[in-house]
Structure formats: structure tokens, C-alpha cells
Design a protein around this ligand. Structure first.
Ligand SMILES: [Zn+2]
Length: 215
């Protein structure tokens, strides 16, 4: 577990749970190696700035390793005037990377919970999707991590997470099957035990369904 002290250090001085982080220069060198492996010349003009840009992109793609979903979720509100119906956040844009090929997974997530007195700001639910997405993932694990984090911190009566996503490792390489969407779900508490609750959630997320746009 990283401490807060670690988070105030510049990224290249921070340790990972697996030992010291490689330096930025080492990461850029690795990109140069891949450029040569692809058959190009890392010293030609168009590629000179590429290792730097790729490393910066990685900082963005994988920013979730630096963020703690528990911190994001733990500020809750209890003044809800007895609100005890489902809270659903639909069509949350999802951008992740598959851990097998390191290429994008693009799609959307639907997140719902049934509050037990406490609610959380809705932007926090979207942030939790983002934190887990900005790590290397498989869709099944991503779906479970989002649901489990909300369940553990908010302790609601139930949590439901559905993710629909296209995997570029299937569309741009390998079997080359564009237009295929993978759907995963994790249902906890009332969403797992009560068919009526699950049906209500599915109906809410399927209404006005627009599908993936050019993922
Ligand atoms: Zn893949």
C-alpha cells in the first residue's frame, strides 16, 4: 500500500509495490526499443519526440494506480429525507486497457446501488469507474472491482454494475471482429437476491439504448 508521502513525490521517485519504479529515461528507452522492433528508426525526425509522448500517455492511461477508490467513496451523505430507491448512473464512458495486449477497451458502464441511509455524490461513482479503468484490466475483473468497492465502502442494500465494451485486441488484431461487444455484470445484495430489483435495473439501463458509438 502506498503511503501519502509516496504520493507527494514526483512519479519517477515513487516505489511500486513490486520494487523501485523504473526511471522515465528507462521507460523512454523501452519505447525506443519497441520502435526499432517495429522496424523504424527512433532517431528520424518524426519519431524523436515519440518516446516522451508515449510515456506521458502512459501516465494518463494508467493514472488509476495512483488513486484510491476508498478515499473517493468514503465521503457520504445521510440527509436523504428517507430516499430508499435505486440510484442508477447510466452510460458512463469507459476507457481501459486490456492486460493481455495493452490495447484499448472502450465502452460504457452502468452502475446502480440501493442505498441504506447513506448516499454518495454521483460523480464519485463515475470516478470509481475511472480509477479501476485506468489500470491494466480484463473486463470481468474491472466489473467486480467497481461493484465490490462500492459495496465495501457504502454498505448499501445492493450494488449492480454492467459493462458493455469493445476490445481492440479483438477488433484490430487477432480474430479481427469489429462490432463485437462484451457484456459483463456483477450483482450484489438485493440485485442478486431479488429478481424484481434486478429487472427494474435492467429496464432502466436498457431504456433509450443507443449502443456503442464507433468504439
Ligand atoms: Zn487483449
Amino acid at each position: 500500500m502506498k503511503t501519502n508521502d509516496q504520493l507527494t513525490l514526483p512519479q519517477e521517485l515513487r516505489a511500486t509495490p513490486f520494487g523501485p519504479r523504473p526511471s522515465r529515461a528507462e521507460a523512454e528507452q523501452a519505447v525506443r526499443t519497441l520502435l526499432r522492433w517495429a522496424g523504424d528508426d527512433p532517431d528520424r525526425e518524426g519519431l524523436l519526440g515519440t518516446p516522451d509522448r508515449v510515456v506521458r500517455s502512459y501516465e494518463e492511461f494508467f493514472a488509476g494506480y495512483e488513486q484510491d477508490p476508498v478515499e473517493i467513496l468514503k465521503r457520504t451523505f445521510e440527509e436523504t429525507e428517507g430516499y430508499d430507491e435505486m440510484v442508477v448512473l447510466r452510460d458512463i464512458r469507459l476507457e481501459s486497457h486490456c492486460e493481455h495486449h495493452m490495447v484499448p477497451i472502450i465502452g460504457k458502464a452502468h452502475v446502480a446501488y440501493l442505498p441504506d441511509r447513506r448516499v454518495v455524490g454521483i460523480s464519485k461513482l463515475a470516478r470509481v469507474v475511472e480509477v479501476f479503468s485506468k489500470r491494466l484490466q480484463i473486463q470481468e475483473k474491472l466489473t467486480s472491482q467497481i461493484a465490490n468497492a462500492i459495496n465495501d465502502v457504502l454498505q448499501p442494500k445492493g450494488v449492480a454494475v454492467v459493462i458493455e465494451a469493445a476490445h481492440q485486441c479483438m477488433t484490430t488484431r487477432g480474430v479481427h471482429k469489429p462490432g463485437v461487444t462484451m457484456i459483463t455484470s456483477r450483482m450484489l445484495g438485493a440485485f442478486r437476491d431479488q429478481p424484481a430489483t434486478r429487472r427494474e435495473f435492467m429496464a432502466l439501463i436498457q431504456g433509450r439504448h443507443e449502443g456503442l458509438s464507433n468504439a
